[in-house]
Design a protein around this ligand. Structure first.
Ligand code: ADP
Length: 448
């Protein structure tokens, strides 16, 4: 096992990793920007080192600075959290060149899955069902027209380098295609420096269902069921739950086994998520995330495991602590809501000083957050300031628990998305589990 690991991240996920490491007796190094000198992850780690100025590009994304921090502190491995360098193959390669272990998959797997066209081709070969679409990239408008006519409208034009919902445009009819194709390409160019796009059949009423997988890098892999993350705004998840209200144990066993086999076949190491759209009982692969997801705690709750601990273990060459059999079926029901420092109804960022913070607690409640009284949320980073996770014996109990935890929580001084969650948890469709990926956008339009 490692003596010391460095966490190349900030906020709640940095704390999450520090907590797991501490329970394992592994020392931690926090890195931070000048804007984060007073951040909780800096206070909680065994050591902390400043790696640059406030903007992420000059600190948390600065590969040379992170590697220097490892060398100065003697950290043997790096946990990247999510976002920042977590899916950066160049970073993983650079760590390897310096003899530092990356707590995550190989550079090659990150590269394959980071390019959505290659990812889809790989998944088709591995027997994973995919959304019907173009054969690879679509370089010209003429080609886009031909592919779309053949497939039938509506279609969605997607950036192969895409992420975070960017570079994705819907064309309902042939008339919309010129615009969708052009704007997806220019958005992709601006966001990712790569304007390659491909085309997929647009599914009208799907749910977003993702399967958690975990491999040891030696050809053994398991699945940890699914999460339903259909409640989204601008393709960003807002409310996540496990198990999926629409998924039966038979469906879970079947898609889970397909996913576990796929990652075992490529000797995948660590945590990964295979994302699907699900419509009329069919799963359609859209992408794989080669990292820990924001919403991993709902899976931890229903399977009673610590995914970060497992990530650190397999990175150190140890076996996984679970098998498919020992994991069994998900127990009870868990829900996570993302708490963002944002002003409704525009969802514009609301940084500032937290004048009062009170975390909810009690049976079945987990609050993952880096907030504290007097903390000043800097304006430079993502607006996620906390995740409230509840676990109940069934979905009804989880919803009741979420409702009461949302009543207990106090975050004063900045605007947050808590009022939205208080409404959602009492909404008839949410209570019934009756929603698709479009439900929240429509509800927001009508109600905010
Ligand atoms: P990103 O990497 O930017 O998050 P994804 O490919 O994971 O992009 O898609 C994000 C979301 O966009 C999905 O959860 C879904 O809401 C929507 N989406 C993606 N592909 C399709 C499709 N073929 N049909 C309908 N909606 C889609």
């Amino acid at each position: 096992m490692f003596d010391k690991i460095l966490i190349a991240n900030r906020g709640e996920i940095a704390l999450r990793v520090i907590r797991a490491a501490r329970e394992m007796g592994v020392k931690t190094v926090a890195v931070h920007s000048t804007a984060d000198s007073d951040a909780m992850h800096v206070r909680m780690a065994d050591e902390a080192i400043c790696i640059g100025p406030a903007p992420g590009a000059q600190s948390y994304l600065n590969i040379a600075a992170v590697i220097s921090a490892c060398e100065i502190t003697g950290a043997q491995a790096v946990h990247p959290g999510y976002g920042f360098l977590s899916e950066n193959a160049t970073f993983v390669q650079a760590l390897e060149d310096h003899g530092i272990t990356f707590i995550g998959p190989t550079a090659e797997h990150i590269r394959i899955m980071g390019d959505k066209i290659t990812a889809k081709e790989t998944m088709i070969k591995l027997g994973v069902p995919c959304v019907p679409g173009s054969d690879g990239g679509v370089p010209t408008l003429e080609e886009a027209r031909r592919v779309s006519e053949e497939m039938g409208f509506p279609v969605i034009v997607k950036a192969t380098a895409g992420g975070g919902g960017r570079g994705m445009k819907l064309a309902r009819t042939a008339k919309d295609l010129d615009n969708a194709f052009g704007s997806a390409r220019s958005e992709a160019k601006a966001a990712f420096g790569n304007d390659e796009v491909y085309i997929e059949k647009y599914l009208g009423t799907p749910r977003h269902i993702e399967v958690q997988v975990f491999g040891d890098g030696k050809g053994n892999a398991v699945h940890l069921g699914e999460r339903d993350c259909s409640l989204q705004r601008r393709h960003q998840k807002v409310f996540e739950e496990a198990p999926g209200p629409a998924i039966t144990p038979e469906m879970r066993a079947e898609i889970g086994a397909t996913c576990a086999k796929a990652v075992a076949d490529i000797c995948y190491i660590g945590a990964g998520t295979i994302e699907f759209l699900w419509e009329n009982g069919e799963f359609y692969f859209i992408e794989m995330n080669t990292r820990l997801q924001v919403e991993h705690p709902v899976t931890e709750a229903v399977f009673g495991v610590d995914l970060v601990r497992e990530q650190i273990r397999v990175a150190a060459g140890l076996p996984m602590e679970f098998t498919q059999e020992s994991l069994g079926e998900p127990q009870g029901h868990a829900i996570e809501v993302r708490l963002n420092a944002e002003k409704l109804p525009s969802f514009s960022p609301s940084p500032g000083r937290i004048s009062q913070y009170h975390a909810p607690g009690g049976l079945g409640v987990r609050m993952d957050s880096a907030l504290y009284d007097g903390y000043r949320i800097p304006p430079y980073y993502d607006s996620l300031i906390g995740k409230l996770i509840v676990h109940g014996r069934d979905r009804a109990e989880a919803l009741a628990r979420l409702d009461r935890a949302l009543m207990e929580i106090i975050i004063d001084g900045v605007d947050t998305t808590i009022p939205l969650h208080r409404e959602l948890v009492r909404n008839r469709d949410v209570i019934a589990g009756d929603y698709t990926i479009h439900w929240l956008e429509k509800w927001l339009e009508a109600n905010l």
